[in-house]
Design a protein around this ligand. Structure first.
Ligand SMILES: [Zn+2]
Length: 328
């Protein structure tokens, strides 16, 4: 694969956490003056790299298995990588795509036809791929049953301006692009999440298991990650989000959080004519992620399928039972 390090300027420094800093290559192409103070940063692994410039703010990243996107292509060009090398990197990367990638391509065509698009966004500066070496962060996502192959990220480098609260970064992807992200803070302070999200976005649409006939619609990112569902990230579903979920062409099963706010999601599901599941989970399980932690992914999935209701009357009964349970 293309060795990006071979194209870096000769003069560079390495930080303790593995970032290389060197004179940024981007600024003069973005209307800023050329960097001479080593404000460009790059961190690379075998499978990915990210670039961030603290002079003009340019960022770009690459993950093996995904296309080389516009911003990464520009960066490589500025570094002096020949066009043909960039094309080879792209082809090689796409060869690493799984069956999910192929399904995704089909989904992409569909979405273009349906007019569903999101713009490409930047990840936070210095976000890097989360690996077992990032111990407390890795333990956190494992405890919440995030699939091991999901490219979560961390941001441990102090950017010199802000003191960074410890957090993991969950990239929002769509059509093979980064279209936003959420930071989940691990220090028990508020807010728990800070997100950059676009209207109508639904997390996990591009992560759906290829052979499922259903799509499990949840509220939270970790609910979706742990069960293989999607997350609307609120206790309602906007019209644009409903369109995006429908474009999957599967049967929708809405699984609300079992709290007061979840009631609203049930009403919205009924309005949309989607199935609802309110399983009788063990005490202390308030949402899908709790259930997966307690029962395992398959166990939680079974409870969801068993409690799936389509008839409005039966959903209404389930809702009443939940309201009653919440009061006691
Ligand atoms: Zn720059």
């Amino acid at each position: 694969m293309l060795d990006i390090l071979a194209y870096l300027p000769a003069k560079k420094k390495q930080t303790p956490s593995g970032w290389l800093s060197f004179d940024a290559v981007c600024c003069q192409h973005n209307g800023s003056t050329k960097d001479i103070r080593g404000r460009g940063g790059l961190k690379a692994t075998d499978q990915s790299w990210s670039y961030h410039c603290f002079n003009c703010g340019y960022t770009a990243s690459f993950i093996l298995g995904r296309s080389v996107m516009f911003k990464a292509r520009r960066l490589l060009t500025w570094m002096g990588v020949p066009e043909v090398e960039i094309e080879m990197l792209n082809l090689e990367s796409l060869r690493h795509r799984s069956i999910h990638g192929i399904i995704q391509d089909r989904q992409q065509t569909w979405n273009t036809l349906a007019g569903i698009t999101f713009e490409e966004r930047d990840l936070p500066p210095f976000a890097e791929l989360l690996t077992p070496e990032h111990e407390p962060y890795w333990e956190y996502v494992n405890a919440r049953h995030m699939p091991a192959d999901f490219p979560a990220m961390v941001q441990i480098e102090n950017d010199g301006i802000h003191w960074i609260r410890p957090h993991v970064v969950i990239p929002f992807t769509y059509d093979d692009k980064i279209v936003g992200y959420t930071c989940r803070f691990l220090d028990n302070r508020q807010p728990k999440f800070i997100s950059d999200s676009q209207p109508g976005y639904v997390f996990g649409v591009d992560l759906q298991p290829a052979d499922w006939q259903h799509v499990i619609v949840t509220e939270g990112i970790f609910d979706a990650l742990s069960i293989g569902g999607v997350a609307v990230m609120h206790n309602t579903i906007s019209d644009a989000q409903a369109r995006l979920i429908r474009s999957l062409g599967r049967e929708m099963i809405v699984v609300p959080d079992q709290d007061r706010a979840g009631i609203e999601l049930i009403d919205r599901a009924v309005e949309l004519g989607w199935a609802v599941s309110v399983p009788d989970w063990p005490a202390g399980c308030k949402d899908v992620n709790d259930a997966v932690i307690k029962l395992g992914r398959l166990g939680a999935l079974l409870t969801i399928m068993q409690s799936r209701e389509i008839s409005k009357i039966k959903i209404e009964l389930r809702k009443k039972a939940l309201v009653k349970r919440l009061r006691t």
